[in-house]
Design a protein around this ligand. Structure first.
Ligand code: ZN
Length: 435
C-alpha cells in the first residue's frame, strides 16, 4: 500500500533497498509492474481531471510548435532537454494558467515530447541505414489522442487511503482497488477512457528468482492456424471471441466513418466502438493471463519465441490482424515477466523463414499461407506447419541463431526423440487443446 511518502520512514526504506540492490546484483531482479484501478471522480473532480488533461494537451502542442520551428531552421540539430526546458519556461511566462498544472505533470509532458523526438531520430537513423520505414515526424495531438496525465514521482502528491485516492490539485475520489500493490510505488497516471477514469500505478519489486536447470525448453510459434503451437506438439486454438468481436468492431468503425464529424450521433458511435475495443482487450487479457500461467507452471524450463517486429506490426491496417498482434504482444509480455520471476529464460530468436524451413533436414521450401502441413520435398517429413515452425524456433534458441552454437548448447537427445514421434504421427499435431 501507499505510505505517506515524505515520512523519514519511507526514505530509510528506500535507502536500504538501494543498498540491497547493489550488494546482490546477480541474484536479484527488479521488476516493474503496472496496476490499473477504476476510479470514480464526482462531477467536480471530473472537471478538474478533464481540465488538467486539456491543459496538458495544449502545453504539449505548444512545446511541439516551438521545437518544430527549431527543427525547421536547423534540421540536423537534435532537440535537447535543455531546449525544451527553455521553451517550457517561456510558455509559462506568457501564460501563467499553466502553473495550475502540477509541476511533475509538466515534466512528464516534456519527457513525452522528448521521447517522440528520440523515436523520430532513431527511425531516421534506421532509414539512412536502409530500413524501409517511415520516419514519422512528431505530430500535434488531438483531444482524442491525449487522455492521460502522469505523476512521475511518488512524493506525496497522491495516495490511497481507506478506499479513496487523493491526488493533489484534484481532490479525493473512490478507487476500486481489486488487488494489493506489491513493491515500491513509483508513478501514478490518471487516464480517461471514453467516459471512464482509471488510475494506473507502476510499482517496482525486487525479487530473487529461483535457480532452475534448463532441462525442458520449449519453442512457441505464434501460429497462423493456431494461437500458439508448441514444439512438444500441443496447439492452442485462437479464441472464438476474437472473431465475433472483430466483426462488431468493423461494423462500428464503418458507422463512425459514415457519420458527420462533430455530430452527437458520431460521438455515440465512437463510444460504442470504444466499448467493443475495451471488451476485446479485457477478454484477450484474461485469455493470455491463463495461457501464460499454464505454460509457466507446465513443466517447461525455458521458452523460445519469435522476436516480432513491432514497428511493422503496428502498421498493419487489417483489423483482424491488428487485434491478433495486440494479443500476441500482451502474451509475450506476460509470459516474459512470469517466466523470469520463476527463474526461466525467454529467448527471442530471428523469425525469418521459421515456417519455410524443415525442422528435420533444414530444407527450405515455399509455404503459401493456405498450406497447413509441412510436407518436406527433400526428406519426406510431414508435420503441422505451426508445430514445425515451433521446433525451428526452439532449435534456433538452443543451437544459437542460424546454428552458430552461440548459446553453446545442443538440442537434448530426448527432445530429438520427441520430435521424431511428432513427425511419425503427424495426426497428433493438429489436435487442439482448449484452455
Ligand atoms: Zn526435410
Amino acid at each position: 500500500m501507499l505510505r505517506p511518502a515524505n515520512s523519514p520512514f519511507q526514505w530509510r526504506v528506500r535507502g536500504v533497498r538501494r543498498y540491497i540492490r547493489m550488494e546482490n546484483k546477480k541474484e536479484n531482479m527488479e521488476t516493474m509492474r503496472a496496476y490499473k484501478f477504476r476510479i470514480y471522480p464526482d462531477t467536480k473532480r471530473q472537471a478538474a481531471i478533464d481540465n488538467s488533461i486539456l491543459m496538458s494537451q495544449r502545453l504539449y502542442n505548444k512545446l511541439l510548435e516551438k521545437t518544430i520551428e527549431v527543427h525547421k531552421s536547423n534540421p540536423s540539430s537534435k532537440i535537447s532537454q535543455r531546449t525544451v526546458n527553455r521553451f517550457l519556461n517561456e510558455i509559462i511566462k506568457e501564460d501563467k494558467t499553466y502553473l495550475q498544472l502540477y509541476a511533475h505533470i509538466r515534466v512528464d509532458i516534456r519527457n513525452r515530447l522528448l521521447k517522440t523526438y528520440q523515436d523520430f531520430f532513431r527511425r531516421c537513423q534506421q532509414k539512412r541505414s536502409g530500413a524501409k520505414i517511415k520516419a514519422g515526424f512528431p505530430r500535434y495531438k488531438s483531444k482524442d489522442k491525449f487522455n492521460s496525465i502522469t505523476h512521475i514521482e511518488n512524493n506525496g502528491s497522491f495516495r490511497i487511503e481507506k478506499g479513496r485516492l487523493r491526488v493533489s490539485r484534484i481532490g479525493t475520489m473512490r478507487i476500486e482497488q481489486h488487488r494489493n500493490i506489491v513493491g515500491n510505488v513509483k508513478t501514478m497516471t490518471i487516464k480517461r477512457e471514453g467516459r471512464e477514469y482509471y488510475a494506473i500505478f507502476t510499482a517496482e519489486q525486487i525479487i530473487t528468482p529461483p535457480k532452475i536447470n534448463d532441462t525442458n525448453p520449449v519453442g512457441i510459434d505464434m501460429g497462423l492456424n493456431n494461437f500458439i503451437a508448441l514444439s512438444d506438439g500441443q496447439a492452442i486454438q485462437k479464441p472464438k471471441f476474437l472473431k465475433k468481436r472483430e466483426k462488431r468492431i468493423a461494423r462500428w468503425q464503418r458507422i463512425v466513418a459514415r457519420r458527420q464529424k462533430g455530430s452527437n450521433r458520431r460521438d455515440k458511435a465512437k463510444f460504442r466502438l470504444h466499448e467493443e475495443w475495451k471488451g476485446v482487450t479485457n477478454q484477450s487479457n484474461d485469455f493470455v493471463h491463463k495461457l501464460s500461467d499454464k505454460l509457466v507452471s507446465g513443466g517447461f524450463t525455458s521458452f523460445a519465441v519469435e522476436a516480432l517486429h513491432i514497428d511493422n506490426m503496428l502498421k498493419n491496417h487489417r483489423l483482424a490482424q491488428s487485434i491478433h498482434n495486440a494479443s500476441w504482444n500482451r502474451f509475450i509480455q506476460m509470459l516474459s515477466y512470469k517466466a523470469e520471476s520463476a527463474g526461466m529464460k525467454v529467448i527471442k530468436v530471428d523469425p525469418r523463414d521459421t515456417s519455410k524451413e524443415c525442422s528435420n533436414c533444414d530444407n527450405i521450401q515455399d509455404m503459401p499461407l493456405s498450406v497447413r502441413e509441412y510436407n518436406c520435398g527433400r526428406c519426406g517429413m510431414r508435420l503441422d506447419r505451426d508445430i514445425n515452425a515451433s521446433i525451428n524456433i526452439l532449435k534456433r534458441a538452443t543451437l544459437g541463431q542460424r546454428g552458430s552454437h552461440a548459446q553453446g548448447e545442443i538440442v537434448r537427445p530426448q527432445q530429438e526423440a520427441a520430435f521424431k514421434e511428432l513427425r511419425t504421427y503427424p495426426a497428433n499435431a493438429g489436435e487442439a487443446n482448449d484452455l
